[in-house]
Design a protein around this ligand. Structure first.
Ligand SMILES: [Zn+2]
Length: 457
């Protein structure tokens, strides 16, 4: 029956019926009754939301999917869900449409989006001097409940704190490889990896990060940016508990008065890793001590893994403004520390850069992804508050001027271009742009210096 046939039988215009059919207009009850009579069905059948048959349901679903913006964007022809379309074809089309909708709504971040989100978050944190008062407050309120006063937070206290929040800690050897911890909300259990070292520091932090999602009222992250922000907030919370604002600030203010500030002292006073202490220092430096700072975690190859600054130090960036994965200047403390480190203490250096002179303190360590350095730096004028200010190590960085350390010298280039054949490593971390030398992914300056050092004389 065509629209015209039915319109003739119920005494209305075909255009009116079309509006009703497509859901643009509600029919009057009398018209509805007339349609039911013309079609030979009960009025109730017309009002039933359930499709009369599976085949009808598929036809409706296909029609709806093809009208959507997702399908329209593909610029493909519409398939008419008429009688001649076999049911298998209909099933297949509806199945594909359903999957297409699912995939497009999935919060899937491309590396590009991830880098942009990271950059936005870093800028937002810079605007707040890397200090989140509401999380500091939440952590302090919680510490009161377990009677904390000062010094390092023991595993026992962490356990009490977690149990105060209604959770218990359990170690599991078979945690899913893509997770750090898993929380069973139903039974209030937090599963952690086994303690690799008795009393390993990392576990307190992992347990605190797991409960932080609850404390901070996190809901399912809808976007990659949400996920990142939550990730930042839970590590911030863990740091606030392990190095509480009040106790840590008191400690740092006393050290500042004695002109004896040192990341290693903060680390030892609160029993945390050097990196955690350096990072925590950036939270409190500006807000509590009035000192602007920068922080960097850099691999032995110069790759910047993490960075924060509010002292205008010039981190290398890519076109999107992202710093992660970029290579820092060869003359920065983050890299010279690998040549000077006595393997025990911190290394201090003054570096002249186009944005000013900085005093930096760096320490090296070994991580799962190789050697790395952790650097905390301050503008020259603030060096007077720190232990190690008497350092005689000095360096000059002209980066981002490529002739500073990125390009090999003219004579080395003349000598080795064409005579060097390096085979590039495939980077497992695709954080950033690969160095672009004569060979993709290869740093010419490094290659030429190597050849120069090893060439037979
Ligand atoms: Zn440089």
């Amino acid at each position: 029956m065509t629209l015209d046939d039915l319109a003739g039988q119920v005494g209305t215009a075909p255009s009116q019926l079309s509006l009703i059919e497509n859901g643009h207009r509600e029919p009057r009850l009398t018209l509805l009754q007339a349609i039911a009579t013309a079609l030979g069905v009960e009025l109730a059948t017309l009002l039933d939301a359930e499709p009369p048959s599976r085949r009808d349901g598929l036809e409706i679903a296909l029609d709806a999917a093809q009208r959507g913006p997702l399908y329209a964007a593909l610029g493909l022809p519409r398939v008419r869900a008429g009688k001649r379309l076999p049911t298998e074809a209909l099933e297949a089309l509806v199945g594909l449409h359903t999957e297409l909708a699912r995939r497009s709504s999935e919060a899937s971040a491309t590396p590009e989006e991830a880098r942009r989100a990271n950059t936005e978050l870093r800028r937002a944190m810079r605007a707040r001097d890397n200090y989140l008062e509401e999380i500091e407050d939440a952590a302090e309120a919680l510490l009161v409940t377990v009677g904390y006063s000062s010094g390092p937070l023991t595993h026992r206290t962490v356990e009490q704190l977690v149990s105060h929040l209604g959770f218990s800690l359990h170690h599991a050897r078979d945690l899913p490889s893509s997770t750090r911890t898993v929380t069973d909300l139903e039974h209030g259990r937090i599963y952690l990896p086994p303690a690799s070292l008795p009393g390993g520091h990392g576990l307190r932090s992992l347990a605190l990060q797991a409960v932080a999602h609850r404390v901070l009222g996190h809901t399912h992250p809808g976007t990659y940016a949400d996920f990142l922000r939550q990730r930042l907030e839970i590590s911030y919370f863990a740091a606030c508990v392990l190095m509480p604002r009040h106790a840590a600030t008191e400690f740092l203010l006393a050290a500042k008065r004695n002109r004896d500030l040192a990341v290693e002292d903060l680390r030892d006073a609160f029993g945390v890793t050097h990196e955690s202490a350096a990072h925590r220092f950036t939270n409190l430096a500006t807000s509590q001590l009035g000192i602007t700072v920068h922080f960097a975690r850099v691999g032995r190859d110069g790759t910047l893994y993490k960075g924060y600054e509010n002292d205008d130090v010039d981190f290398p960036t890519d076109v999107t403004g992202a710093i992660e994965g970029q290579t820092v200047c060869r003359h920065w403390t983050s890299r010279t520390v690998f040549d000077h480190n006595d393997l025990a203490g911190e290394f201090h250096q003054y570096t002249d850069t186009p944005s000013g002179t900085y005093w930096c303190s760096a320490q090296t360590g070994q991580g799962a992804d190789g050697d790395f350095s952790v650097t905390l730096g301050v503008p020259f004028a603030a060096a007077k508050w720190f232990r190690g200010r008497e350092s005689t190590s000095r360096s000059v960085s002209r980066c981002p001027d490529p002739t500073c350390c990125r390009e090999p010298s003219a004579d080395l280039t003349a000598k080795w271009r064409g005579a060097a054949w390096p085979s590039a490593k495939l980077h497992t971390h695709i954080l950033g742009a690969l160095p672009s030398g004569t060979f993709p992914g290869v740093d010419d300056a490094e290659v030429y210096a190597f050849l120069e050092a090893h060439a037979p004389r």
